[in-house]
Design a binder for this molecule. Structure first.
Ligand code: ATP
Length: 278
């Protein structure tokens, strides 16, 4: 669905944010895009959405360059940015004006999501709280039923019950022909949702693996002491000893710790990636 090839981009000519970045995204997945502050997650989402143009290379959605901003491509992409402006109109008016741009817009789903998020169609968008605005955008984005959904820090601003509600509505409203990319630092909020995991660093995709492949290849464990013959790929000292990422020759299954994985990959991407090549 999304094909990015040899993408080069920088906000200034001197500073390259992406150098020959390649990435392929398929429908039926909820990709988790992780990266340090300033790694370029938001910029990558904007390039995919056709809001920022590559300096060279390609970014195609369903075979068409997003930089061309063709209506047939844009009507199938919805981006929920981290920072947004909502106009001073009622929810019902916003829907009737904007739904027409999305050929798969599902009004029944919109009504269901508004109810789920306890939003009243007669409320004015600019008078909603930060979290309510976020919920409205999530509801609208999901109701567009766009085949490509891009979300930048979607759980930022949601209260604790709303975060689990978010996971529930995402799981309930996505179809196999849709592709969702979530950029986030809130990995604990989304641990059970995202698969595959993509990590971006220094202008490149440095990790891209499915949850199944991560569980098959890696063990996430806390060990009191580290023996010489079981050195971790990455470890952090914790209260109970060392919590680490270890190779998994016996195919045991442990719960993936995304924060640990992220820290492990950015501290030594080669060491972790080599395990997947064996
Ligand atoms: P964060 O996790 O902090 O949200 P990010 O991974 O989403 O970061 P981006 O927002 O894509 O990163 O920014 C990547 C780099 O591009 C940063 O160094 C940022 O300063 C720079 N940048 C972003 N937007 C602009 C802009 N409009 N003009 C110039 N530089 C920009």
């Amino acid at each position: 669905m999304v094909h990015i090839e040899k993408l080069k981009f920088g906000y200034t000519k001197k500073q390259a944010l992406f150098r020959d970045l390649d990435l392929e995204l398929q429908p039926g997945n909820i990709y988790g895009l992780l990266g340090k502050n300033g790694a370029g997650k938001t910029t990558l989402l904007k390039i995919i959405a056709g809001l920022v143009f590559p300096q060279s290379g390609n970014c195609r959605v369903n075979g068409m360059e997003t930089r061309d901003r063709k209506p047939e491509v844009l009507q199938d992409i919805y981006i929920i940015p981290e920072e947004y402006y909502l106009p001073p109109v009622k929810i019902a008016n916003f829907i009737s004006i904007n739904a027409t741009f999305y050929y798969r817009f599902d009004h029944e789903k919109m009504d269901w999501l508004l109810k789920e998020f306890q939003l009243d169609k007669n409320s004015k968008l600019n008078q909603l709280s930060f979290g309510q605005k976020k919920k409205f955008l999530l509801a609208f984005g999901l109701a567009t039923s766009s085949r490509l959904l891009l979300m930048d820090e979607p759980t930022n601003g949601l209260d604790i019950p709303s975060k689990s509600q978010f996971r529930r509505v995402i799981a309930a409203s996505l179809n196999e022909d849709q592709c969702l990319i979530i950029s986030t630092h809130q990995v604990r909020d989304l641990e059970s949702l995202i698969d595959p995991v993509i990590i971006i660093d220094n202008g490149q995709i440095i990790f891209n693996q499915s949850v199944e492949s991560i569980s098959t290849h890696l063990l996430f464990e806390t060990r009191k002491e580290l023996k010489e013959n079981e050195q971790p790929l990455y470890a952090e000292e914790t209260f109970g000893g060392h919590t680490g990422i270890f190779p998994n020759p016996g195919n045991r299954e442990t719960k993936i710790d995304l924060e640990l994985l992220f820290n492990g990959v950015v501290s030594n991407e080669t060491r972790i990636n080599n395990i997947f090549e064996k």
